[in-house]
Ligand binder design. Structure first.
Ligand code: BDR
Ligand code: CA
Length: 307
């Protein structure tokens, strides 16, 4: 199986992505999860990740807490669409941590060095931890097999402001550090993710699950769908399971860290003329097979039921 680390801020769609990853053990081995402040503050994203992994039957996978704020701002913006605790209307309980208290940034660096060339880093939240790891260990980017991230928007408007996508807007400086490594990046921005919604009929079928873990996941999805029906983060994991579901173009992506109105906006140069001599730094995903993605989710729910 492919070795991955998931950096996330659960977050309903982060939790769904974790479900996709844990229910496909033949294809994906999660070496660890790192958390960051994003949809909700760090204490909650960490608690949520631990709780979700316990519910998914994988409390053995270590969860390492990372940065509690973006690089340049004292606090980051949060996303009310995930509810006050981050998992819709669910009130997750505290879970005893499975791992020693190693900071996410150190866990990332050490784990990548232990598996040179073998790890896929999946980034589902603001990229603060990843940027700090790259600054602390400049060799890290070279030692990753690839980075697949959810963030930005190449050719469509933002979701947290008219200009910016949430993860980029919370910590554009971190996104800038990661984008400037130029290393095998795959971008799932709003161009593709915002179209990945669950049709009503498929949602109704998903509500029929009987066991607790599957019912919890569907309840979260139901709560979240009222505010944002898009399966942003699951696209990253789905791409590892079924690369044929998505297609994209090569481009050079930058992020605006300075202006007021466009703060956090990604600017994608797709044509050679716009790239102006710069090499592409990303494969920018543009199209996705929504039914294929929903099939993967439905299959994961069945696996959770023991099927
Ligand atoms: C991104 O923002 C968060 O609210 C989601 O979890 C996703 O990572 C979508 O813009
Ligand atoms: Ca997220």
């Amino acid at each position: 199986p492919r070795k991955i680390i998931v950096d996330c801020d659960p977050g309903v769609d982060d939790a769904l992505a974790l479900m996709l990853a844990t229910t496909a053990p033949d294809a994906i081995q999660i070496l660890g999860i790192t958390t960051v402040a994003g949809n909700v503050p760090l204490e909650k994203t960490t608690r949520n990740a631990q709780w979700v992994m316990q519910m998914l039957g994988r409390p053995d996978i270590p969860v390492h807490a990372g940065c509690s704020r973006p690089i340049m701002h004292r606090t980051g913006r949060t996303a009310s669409v995930h509810g006050t605790d981050g998992l819709g209307s669910i009130r997750p309980e505290d879970v005893a941590p499975a791992a020693p208290d190693v900071h996410a940034v150190d866990f990332l660096i050490e784990t990548v060095r232990r598996h040179p060339g073998a790890i896929t880093l999946c980034c589902l939240g603001p990229m603060t931890n990843i940027a700090l790891a790259m600054l602390k260990a400049p060799d890290m980017a070279q030692q990753l097999e690839q980075i697949v991230f959810m963030g930005g928007a190449a050719c469509v408007p933002g979701n947290i402001t008219p200009a910016a996508e949430f993860n980029f807007h919370v910590d554009p400086h971190a996104a800038h550090v990661v984008l400037s490594t130029g290393r095998n990046l795959t971008m799932f921005g709003l161009d593709v993710t915002r179209r990945m919604t669950v049709p009503a009929g498929r949602m109704a079928a998903m509500r029929c699950h009987a066991t607790d873990p599957a019912r919890m996941m569907v309840r979260m999805l139901d709560d979240y769908a009222h505010g944002d029906p898009a399966l942003h983060d699951p696209c990253v994991i789905a791409h590892l399971l079924r690369p044929d579901l998505f297609s994209g173009v090569a481009g050079h992506v930058q992020v605006d860290c300075t202006s007021a109105l466009d703060y956090g906006r990604s600017v994608a140069a797709l044509s050679e003329r716009h790239r102006d001599g710069r090499d592409p730094n990303c494969r920018i995903m543009m199209q996705g097979d929504r039914d294929g993605l929903v099939d993967l989710l439905a299959h994961a729910l069945t696996r959770l039921e023991g099927g």
